[in-house]
Design a protein around this ligand. Structure first.
Ligand SMILES: *[C@@H]1O[C@H](CO)[C@@H](O)[C@H](O)[C@H]1NC(C)=O
Ligand SMILES: *[C@@H]1O[C@H](CO)[C@@H](O)[C@H](O)[C@H]1NC(C)=O
Ligand SMILES: [Zn+2]
Length: 352
């Protein structure tokens, strides 16, 4: 990928000879690396200092920053409700980070057309929960848009590209904790492994991983302010939007509200201007399989009245790509995701 424009601190000449620094432009031609994501966020914070604030909310096992971007309309009001979005819990889910960056771009750079979404709400976005795992998953042979089937990750290179967990070593030589099995709600239940060599290893104890601790801090901080409304965690690749509970076979008390806001997103995508729109399904997350230790159950319990897992699609038209969509599809996939999330946000703002 070319260096993002803002890295080159061009000073362009403005109308009256005033220097205007070029602004970050989100590119969908390839998946950003961790460094590119961080630089993109920093560029926004410099160019839009009135609307954007970056916060390092923790560090990964390998000492990378976990950085949230808080987006407002810059009016200084402190009592707004909050939508919190994260992405990239699972290393190989490459489309999730870039979908999160597109949301950021829409709210900051394309502010004018989306400013109604920032009237009474601030958005907090953590685009990369698991930077170590993600960086590892990008460390193999160059991705050449080949179709990768992670169920049959027989080669060393496929095992790298299909990596799921963080990169913290475990006692018996195997590496990594599944961060979305490490939360303190229903920890260890269902589809969750006690074997440190398995992809769904739950960790030594609840919140043993620094990355899940960081997400917990953000969730609890927001819950304590009483401003939290929606938590949305972006994963792939099932093409489903799921609500609590995951760790028990019961539906969230307000499942009807969940279903209503989710349906708004599904309909917006179906009615969007796409040749092969994704046909999302929805339901309680246990309908997939019972899973303990997930962030979405934890957030719901902590006080977010709406808590969703957004599972991006694994196919487009007749092409099934699972976790690694070819780069030429990034643009339309993240655009479609934005249309769904925007519709959900509008519905949420009507009701809460
Ligand atoms: C983390 O953020 C701090 C503060 O912005 C910065 O000084 C440091 O270089 C960052 N670390 C990494 C690994 O990028
Ligand atoms: C898949 O769809 C594309 C675009 O519609 C088409 O060109 C191609 O022939 C299809 N391939 C298969 C195997 O059906
Ligand atoms: Zn996932």
């Amino acid at each position: 990928m070319f260096l993002p424009l803002f890295l080159v601190t061009f000073l362009l000449s403005g109308g009256q000879g005033t220097p205007v620094r070029s602004r970050p432009e989100y590119q969908t031609d390839d998946y950003y690396t961790y460094e590119e994501i961080q630089n993109y966020l920093k560029g926004l914070a410099e160019s839009y200092s009135n609307q954007v604030k970056l916060t390092n909310v923790g560090k990964s096992y390998e000492n990378r920053n976990l950085t949230t971007i808080t987006i407002s309309n810059g009016d200084g009001r402190k009592d707004k409700k909050v939508i919190f979005i994260d992405a990239g819990f699972h290393a190989r889910e490459w489309l999730t980070h870039t979908a999160a960056l597109n949301i950021i771009d829409k709210l900051v750079v394309s502010f004018e057309e989306n400013k109604h979404l920032l009237q009474d709400y601030d958005w907090v976005i953590l685009p990369l929960v698991n930077p170590d795992g993600y960086t590892y998953s990008r460390s193999g042979n160059k991705f050449t848009n080949e179709i990768i089937d992670c169920l049959f990750a027989y080669t060393k290179d496929l095992a790298v590209k299909c990596w799921r967990k963080n990169r913290e070593p475990n006692k018996h030589g195997c590496i990594g904790t599944d961060l979305n099995r490490n939360f303190g709600h229903g920890w260890g239940k269902g589809d969750s492994s006690s074997d440190p060599c398995q992809p769904t290893y739950k960790g030594l104890s609840e919140f043993s991983a620094s990355e899940s601790q960081a997400v917990r801090r953000v969730l609890l901080d927001l819950a304590n302010t009483g401003r939290c409304v929606l938590y949305l965690s972006i994963h792939s690749a099932l093409g489903e939007i799921l609500y609590p509970w995951g760790s028990e076979e019961i539906k969230a008390e307000n499942y009807k509200e969940h279903e209503e806001v989710v349906q708004a997103g599904i309909d917006a995508i179906a009615n969007g201007n796409f040749q092969f729109p994704s046909t999302y399904k929805q339901g309680p997350s246990h309908s997939l399989y019972v899973t303990g230790g997930c962030s979405s159950d934890y957030a719901y319990e902590a006080g977010f009245p709406l808590s969703l897992i957004w599972e991006l699609p694994e196919e487009r038209g007749n092409l099934t790509f699972e976790f690694h969509p070819p780069t030429n599809l990034i643009g339309e996939l993240v655009e479609e995701t934005w249309i769904g999330i925007r519709a959900i946000a509008e519905k949420v703002m009507d009701k809460y």
